[in-house]
Write a protein that binds this ligand. Sequence first.
Ligand SMILES: Cc1cc2nc3c(=O)[nH]c(=O)nc-3n(C[C@H](O)[C@H](O)[C@H](O)COP(=O)(O)O)c2cc1C
Length: 177
Amino acid sequence: MKVRPPLVHRLFYPQVPLVLAAEYRGRISAMPVVSYSSVSDVPPLVAVSCSPRGFTCKLVLKAREFSLSILQSNQAGAMSHLARVSGAKVTDKLSEAGLKHTTGKKLGVPVITGAEASLECALRSSRNYGDHTMLVGEVEAASASDAFGEFWDFTKYKPLLYTGWRGGLTTYPGPQA
Ligand SMILES: Cc1cc2nc3c(=O)[nH]c(=O)nc-3n(C[C@H](O)[C@H](O)[C@H](O)COP(=O)(O)O)c2cc1C
């Protein structure tokens, strides 16, 4: 079957969605992202591709820093909420989605309470590619739950998986016993 260009990214599903979040002058916004990658270990650089029309993307460009969080499977409802509501309409989109948060240890970014893992990133570059903006951040701090040693323990961590709007969010059940 021939795949139309706008559908190509769906070939990558299922993917683990992250929450991209930023704070600027008291305004907090966040959005689910699956277009992300680790691009360098030394220095630790990560990239996220976001639509410049999205409020969160605009806030990251102003704040020059952002966080990335991996949510727990019981936070799936909040993840869906973040995709449906625009940060332009609320002062604190994370709280509005029911996600408590604190300020990062190294940077002034929102870090989601109870997240499975969180990264604090300083924006090093941004560049437009087609209809998206690639944000490249240097990881200034990272933390994870005790489900992570040197690898994830999938008996403790049940990743959320995004399969597309029709399938919504599901979870990886972990290794077969
Ligand atoms: C699981 C999931 C992953 C998404 N990944 C991306 C992404 O990588 N880049 C992007 O621009 N939008 C992505 N979106 C869409 C945004 O999250 C959505 O447009 C959001 O409402 C933007 O909110 P904002 O305007 O408050 O920033 C994704 C949506 C979902 C549900």
